[in-house]
Write a protein that binds this ligand. Structure first.
Ligand SMILES: Cc1cc2nc3c(=O)[nH]c(=O)nc-3n(C[C@H](O)[C@H](O)[C@H](O)COP(=O)(O)OP(=O)(O)OC[C@H]3O[C@@H](n4cnc5c(N)ncnc54)[C@H](O)[C@@H]3O)c2cc1C
Length: 552
């Protein structure tokens, strides 16, 4: 019997679930940015969190693989990797989007697993909460809980999204326990009628288990409490344009100094190279021939036309007006020998915005107005206002669709090709220099543009995100993109560049014999003896002969 027929028999009207059949399921959920669509047997959309337990029970009884998704927008990494041994069923949690204001004064908010950045933003506005959404570049429709469970990050002051999680509840897949909700020991200990202590104190009591639900396949999180960053009294973004390539090392030292000595005032800092800036600010000059990379001449022409530097440092200063003013002054002084600094609250930018908005819309004015609008969107992101400013990037080599930010963008639905290489790198000028050289040598071998961003969250360790953008319509380019990522990961590891997060294909290459993954496997056995929940997700399979390692 097909799994959907078996499932139809199990759910009652009261369960209020929606089942989606194979063809539609594959069409709507199976598209990725790095493969042909993944075949899905069925999707279950639920409306009540209690149904999670029932679905897990059914997965154990009927023996199907179950993959939960929050908003299914894990573009460039993939939300699931299906196996062929059993039916593959997606559990869509997107309708569980309740938002509860746990404590307005403290900025604690409890979210269902489907809450999007936009929904949280609207909640904060409607209820006059002076707090910021922990936004990412994935746009207003992307989830908050799912991103935290991937241990994603952003550039608002609470940049590490799982770090900001103070409590969560979940269902584990064990056949005998799956219908009971997991919560921390503090929650059950507390006999008062509030759950305040549990929701405000991250570490709970006894072993810290909440973290096991991140980058794993050990449970389905049904709600999460996060601590939001307060809106600052005053804010300014800064832009340091570095026009001399040889100033790179000095720039890195400056960023390190700022993050070390001004933590709490200066948020994370982004450092982008010229090609990456071109990919953000202009259209691909070779858009209609996706096999061609930008030539040095094209890069120079675009850069001089748009006054793009070799490196751009973008960061944010939060505080009261006096603190921001003093920090700006300090930054300007320290950056003096490197390049020119521009601040978002400067009269120059305000005047330009005012001026160009009022001019007749001839081509050159339209272009500058668009650039100023993108600048404003970047500033909005730093202030916790979600938008689509980063989303055109995956369309860079898509010859068929031009991204229009006035519509909702979906790189997977629009068949854009994207994989991320996201390694952590020691924050020294020489390591970063080696990294830049490594990327520029490696990616062109595979026909991939070397686009580099460093996101500096702390002064000791940098996270780089290198987007591997390609044409998904061309099978050879898909293969090259995966081969490129593979070389970056394997070779990069030898230099000490180690990914903080992996796409679903690379997760298959993790060394199952390593003690860390052996330990993970033991935990998996205990939580999920039938291995029904997202098999293989950050959980390399131990024995090749017995791929799902089922217990007798
Ligand atoms: C242009 C661009 C910019 C981006 N910028 C950023 C960025 O700034 N920061 C960043 O971190 N990422 C970024 N991304 C990557 C990615 O799109 C986001 O991280 C996105 O939030 C992840 O997708 P999602 O939230 O829809 O998660 P989903 O796809 O819903 O889920 C992600 C994973 O978590 C698991 N999961 C989800 N919900 C649950 C649950 N309740 N219980 C158990 N497991 C669950 C799923 O099984 C899945 O494997 C970007 C992508 C693009 C294309």
């Amino acid at each position: 019997m097909h799994i959907i027929d078996a499932l139809k028999k199990q759910f009652t009207l009261e369960d209020n679930v929606l089942l989606i059949e194979t063809k539609e399921a594959t069409e709507h959920y199976g598209k990725t940015t790095f493969s042909t669509p993944v075949n899905i047997d069925c999707v279950i959309i639920i409306k009540k969190e209690i149904t999670i337990g029932k679905v897990l029970k059914l997965a154990n009884a009927l023996q199907f693989n179950l993959y939960p998704v929050g908003t299914n927008r894990n573009w460039g990494y993939g939300s699931f990797n299906v196996c062929s041994d059993r039916p593959n069923v997606i559990l869509d949690l997107g309708q569980l989007c309740e938002i509860t204001g746990t404590d307005k004064e403290l900025g604690l908010v409890t979210l269902g697993p489907g809450v999007t950045q936009k929904q949280l933003y609207e909640f904060l506005i409607k209820n006059n909460w002076e707090y910021m959404v922990p936004v990412t570049g994935a746009g207003p429709e992307a989830g908050i809980v799912s991103n935290a469970l991937e241990r994603g990050y952003g550039i608002t002051p609470h940049n590490d999204h799982f770090y900001a999680c103070t409590a969560l509840k979940a269902f584990i897949p064990h056949p005998e326990l799956c219908e009971r909700q997991y919560e921390s020991a503090l929650s059950s200990f507390d006999q008062s009628d509030t759950d305040f202590i549990d929701k405000s104190y991250k570490w709970g009591l006894g072993p810290y288990i909440d973290g096991l639900f991140t980058q794993s396949n050990l449970g389905i999180v049904s709600e999460m409490t996060i601590r939001l960053a307060p809106k600052p009294e005053y804010f300014s973004a800064f832009y340091l344009r570095v026009f001399k390539e040889e100033q790179f090392e000095k720039t890195v030292e400056l960023v390190k100094d700022i993050l070390k000595n001004y933590a709490g005032i200066v948020g994370s800092i982004n450092l982008m190279d010229r090609r990456r800036l071109i990919s953000i600010t202009t259209e691909n000059p070779n858009r209609f021939d996706s096999n061609v990379l930008m030539s040095e001449q094209q890069i120079q022409d675009i850069a001089s036309k748009n006054q793009l530097p070799y490196w751009l440092v973008v960061g944010s200063i939060y505080g009261d007006k006096e603190v921001v003013k003093a920090t700006k002054k300090m930054f300007k002084r320290k950056a003096k020998t490197i390049g020119t600094v521009l601040f978002s609250d400067s009269k120059r930018i305000k005047a330009a915005t005012y001026f160009f908005k009022r001019l007749p819309k001839v081509t050159f004015v339209k272009k500058i107005t668009a650039q100023l609008a993108s600048l404003q969107e970047g500033i909005d992101i730093m202030q916790g206002i979600p938008n689509q400013v980063a989303l055109p990037l995956p369309y860079w080599r898509n010859p068929r669709i031009r991204p229009n930010k006035n519509n909702e963008l979906s790189p997977s639905k629009d068949n854009c090709g994207l994989l991320w290489y996201a390694p952590l790198i020691k924050m020294t000028a020489s390591s970063l220099n080696n990294f830049v050289r490594f990327i520029r040598e490696t990616t062109p071998k595979y026909g991939i543009e070397p686009l580099i961003t460093f996101t500096n969250l702390k002064h000791d360790c940098v996270d780089s995100t290198v987007p591997i953008v390609f044409d998904l319509h061309q099978p050879e380019q898909i293969k090259n993109a995966h081969d490129c990522l593979n070389e970056l990961i394997q070779k990069g590891a030898k230099y000490g560049f180690v990914p903080y997060r992996l796409d679903v294909k690379q997760q298959e290459n993790l060394d199952a014999e390593h003690m860390f993954w052996q330990t993970t496997n033991l935990i998996k056995d205990a939580f999920d003896p039938n291995r029904i929940l997202s098999p293989g997700r950050y959980n390399p399979i131990a024995t090749k002969e017995n791929p799902i390692n089922l217990k007798d």
